[in-house]
Design a protein around this ligand. Structure first.
Ligand code: FES
Length: 111
């Protein structure tokens, strides 16, 4: 399928993240340091919505148990915790993003 148009640059004047639904997949599109990045919205720990988490300095924190991910790459940066128990960290999946004119495109089928 290749790259598909999912948003416009101008939408990100007032927001820094957007939830995209594409072919039954939920993708978190973020703007970090002027560039756009896409990772799966589903937290690899127990499926929390990363869109509902906080984005700060390029790090997205899952609202459910606090796991932290690099919004640029999906790399796990901080383990999920429930009370005093820490869980194994898994990386989130990332997707290629391309800007074409005023459009933002994502390729969700890229390996
Ligand atoms: S579901 Fe995201 S940290 Fe548990």
């Amino acid at each position: 399928m290749g790259f598909q148009r999912v948003a416009e640059i101008q939408e990100f004047e007032k927001i820094d993240k957007k939830l995209i639904e594409l072919d039954d997949k939920k993708i978190l599109l973020t703007k970090v340091e002027g560039n756009y990045y896409a990772i799966s919205n589903k937290c690899p720990h127990m499926g929390g919505s990363l869109y509902e988490g906080s984005l700060q300095d390029g790090v997205i924190t899952c609202p459910r148990h606090g796991a932290k991910y690099d919004a640029k790459t999906g790399k796990g940066l901080g383990k999920p915790k429930i009370l005093f128990l820490e869980f194994k960290m898994h990386d989130d999946r990332s997707y290629p993003v391309m800007v074409e004119g005023s459009d933002i495109l994502i390729d969700i089928n890229a390996e």
